[in-house]
Ligand binder design. Structure first.
Ligand code: CA
Length: 231
């Protein structure tokens, strides 16, 4: 059996589609292409790709409709390919079940990293969350059984809420989490105030980042949410 991963590229601009296709083929992926929403749905069904790159601006259908139609029956990782300044659209796509997004124009290494992350989050329980007892990211280690967080070898203390946020981001490392998702996960469906996330986040950064103004662990995705780096 062929162990190569199949990527479906849904993109109507040939230049972009060919560029992505060349990059992926060189990295040993099998590429399938669709130029419309209708084709995307057909090819998802007939080729069962391992990951889908979905451009939201398609000629025949709204990209978000394509996303919803696929999500109605498939858990395949979907990475949205979006234009700059479309934060609302990105948030909507993530809320509708997209796994991630990448903003045009993007570089080769960013594209490949996003695909690797999406594939990794599909394994092995398919829930997209690592359950490892100890999470190690650069110098940051989180031992959830002991609730112990260290930077290098120095123990760092967090409030219970700060710890929950840090652990949530770390368990989804590499993936962007929307503000709403984080708030729901931490405070439940009736959060007391929106400001709390930002305040807690800056406290966490003060404790783990050398320079909180230029974070290396928790990145801000402007207008969308936060992303913990993977390595
Ligand atoms: Ca397009």
């Amino acid at each position: 059996m062929d162990s190569k991963r199949r990527v479906l590229i849904v993109e109507d601009e040939m230049g972009i589609s060919n560029f992505i296709s060349a990059v992926l083929t060189a990295s040993d992926y099998i590429v399938i292409k669709a130029v419309s929403g209708k084709e995307a749905l057909e090819q998802t069904a007939s080729y069962s790709p391992d990951v889908i790159l979905l451009d939201l601006g398609l000629p025949d259908m709204e990209g978000l409709d394509v996303l919803q139609k696929i999500r109605a029956w498939s858990k395949v990782p979907i990475i949205i390919v979006s234009a700059r300044d479309r934060e609302r659209e990105k948030v909507m796509a993530l809320d509708l079940g997209a796994d991630d997004y990448i903003t045009k124009p993007f570089g080769t290494s960013e594209l490949l990293a996003r695909i690797r992350t999406a594939l990794r989050h599909m394994q092995p329980n398919g829930k997209g969350v690592a359950d490892d007892a100890i999470i190690q990211i650069q110098n940051l280690s989180i031992d959830d059984t002991r609730r112990l967080v260290k930077i290098a070898n120095t123990e760092i203390h967090f409030t219970p809420i700060e710890y929950k946020i840090l652990l949530l981001l770390a368990r989804h490392a590499g993936k962007v989490l929307t503000h709403d998702f984080i708030i729901r996960e931490i405070w439940g469906p009736y959060p007391s105030e929106n400001q709390a996330l930002r305040v807690n986040l800056s406290n966490i950064r003060r404790k783990i980042e050398k320079n909180p103004a230029e974070p290396v662990y928790i990145l801000t995705e402007v207008g969308v949410g936060y992303r913990m780096v993977e390595e």
